[in-house]
Design a protein around this ligand. Structure first.
Ligand code: ATP
Length: 233
């Protein structure tokens, strides 16, 4: 579904990603892990065209993504759930979701909203609350729900577990598992072992802007050096 070749990104003169090659197959979950500053968020931002690469290519369903601006991507079926959730603070939960659904024909919005509320029943209860008054876990669910309103084929999720309690992380694991089962292809940046242990079909490890390893979770966990370096185990 997604093929990245020789991707290099700079911020000014600072190299953030160097010669990244990776492939994200359809209908699975691919995880990207690595220490702070490794370039994980930059990778998602390059895919969703928020940052421009200096070189390389990104192909999505055979289309050269670099030809498109970020505003076109939602219509192409790519949704980005950003690090730190970033709800629109002065909008209610419902309004946030409706913004996510702007690409849908109006006849499809209510059905999509129902699907999101069925996945996150707490958002139905909280729909008229200002988004910033929601708890961290609820805001994360809102951010994922807003991205799902796009009706994406490819969902990019950046560190969904950030700052959340283990109980909420368990709930997120179940929900992200359901999203994967529904056939949405997921590319998730995540460092929390609890969220990485069972969900991914493949894991890429970034470090200092370079891809240093790829494999399955068990391959990484069974390698004492990798497990210690990247999972602190
Ligand atoms: P974290 O886990 O802390 O979110 P990350 O792996 O997602 O880190 P990035 O946020 O992609 O890493 O950052 C990669 C590098 O690029 C870091 O050295 C970071 O300081 C730098 N960087 C990120 N955003 C910018 C920016 N807007 N301007 C300049 N440098 C940036």
């Amino acid at each position: 579904m997604l093929e990245i070749k020789n991707l290099t990104v700079y911020y000014g003169h600072a190299l953030a990603l160097e010669n990244i090659n990776m492939a994200v197959p359809e209908k699975g979950l691919t995880a990207v892990i690595g220490p702070n500053g490794a370039g994980k968020t930059t990778l998602l931002k390059a895919i969703s065209r928020i940052v421009d690469p200096a070189q390389g290519s990104i192909s999505y369903k055979g289309h050269n993504l670099l030809k498109y601006g970020p505003h076109k991507l939602a219509k192409m079926g790519i949704a980005h759930c950003p690090e730190g959730r970033k709800p629109f603070p002065e909008m209610s939960a419902l309004e946030n979701l409706l913004v996510g659904g702007f690409v849908l024909p109006s006849s499809k919005v209510q059905a999509r909203l129902k699907m999101v509320f069925d996945l996150f029943p707490i958002l139905r209860e909280r729909m008229n609350q200002l988004s910033i008054t929601l708890s961290g876990g609820e805001q994360q669910m809102l951010a994922i729900g807003r991205a799902l309103m796009v009706s994406p084929s490819l969902l990019l999720i950046d560190e969904p577990s950030l700052g959340l309690s283990p109980l909420v992380v368990d709930e997120l694991e179940r929900i992200i598992g359901n999203i994967k089962e529904s056939g949405v292809t997921v590319l998730m940046v995540e460092g929390n072992v609890d969220l990485i242990r069972d969900l991914p079909d493949a894991v890429y490890v970034l470090d200092h802007g370079s891809l240093v390893h790829s494999g399955t979770v068990s391959q990484i966990m069974n390698d004492a050096n990798l497990a210690k370096t990247y999972f602190g185990m």
